[in-house]
Ligand binder design. Structure first.
Ligand SMILES: [Cu+2]
Length: 181
């Protein structure tokens, strides 16, 4: 009785033999695929379809950021939505969006077709900015501002969800951007 195909028997020790033809072929395909994905990520995607967000990063003290957001709200508040201030800023001002456990402050009301610069930061722990139903995603960290340049092309209500687990109320952390015509 032969046991050569049993998993208990070590396979023949021939790993030092030169790679076979099909092995070389698969390595070649995998290598070419990796290079083409890299080229797509760095060159094709940003160039075609505008899928790369314009992001500028700055350092900030969380308590300063909180103060900037408060004075921004004071200056441009136009209403309130379920306890959160609604702000309608002109396009040429710096817009502040503050992430905290467990809220996005304020609700932003923006004009369709205008270009805005939104400065986003956290005043406590790490959060994640995810704009629904559009596919805009990035991390929001205390001490750093993420400056996002956006031009909303379609009117409607957009939801911001936190996609980085930030504590017990994480699932309640929902904000809003309203785009009006
Ligand atoms: Cu969060």
């Amino acid at each position: 009785m032969s046991y050569t195909s049993s998993p208990l028997v070590a396979p023949p020790r021939d790993w030092w033999q030169p790679a076979g033809r099909d092995e070389k072929l698969w390595l070649g395909i995998a290598g070419a695929w990796a290079v083409s994905m890299f080229v797509m990520m760095v060159i094709i995607w940003p160039a075609i379809g505008g899928q790369q967000n314009q992001i500028h990063d700055y350092r900030v003290d969380p308590s300063d950021f909180q103060a900037y957001t408060a004075s921004f709200i004071e200056e441009h508040q136009t209403g309130e939505l379920e306890g959160t201030p609604v702000v309608s800023p002109p396009p040429d001002t710096d817009i502040f969006l503050q992430a905290s456990q467990f809220a996005w402050t304020p609700v932003l009301e923006l004009q369709q077709g205008e270009t805005y610069r939104i400065l986003i930061s956290s005043i406590d722990v790490q959060h994640g900015f995810s704009l629904q139903p559009d596919n805009v995603n990035f991390q929001v960290l205390p001490d750093f501002i993420t400056g996002l340049e956006i031009t909303p092309h379609e009117a409607g209500e957009y939801t911001i969800v936190c996609n980085e687990f930030c504590g017990l109320g994480h699932h309640l952390m929902v904000g809003q951007i309203i785009v009006v015509e």
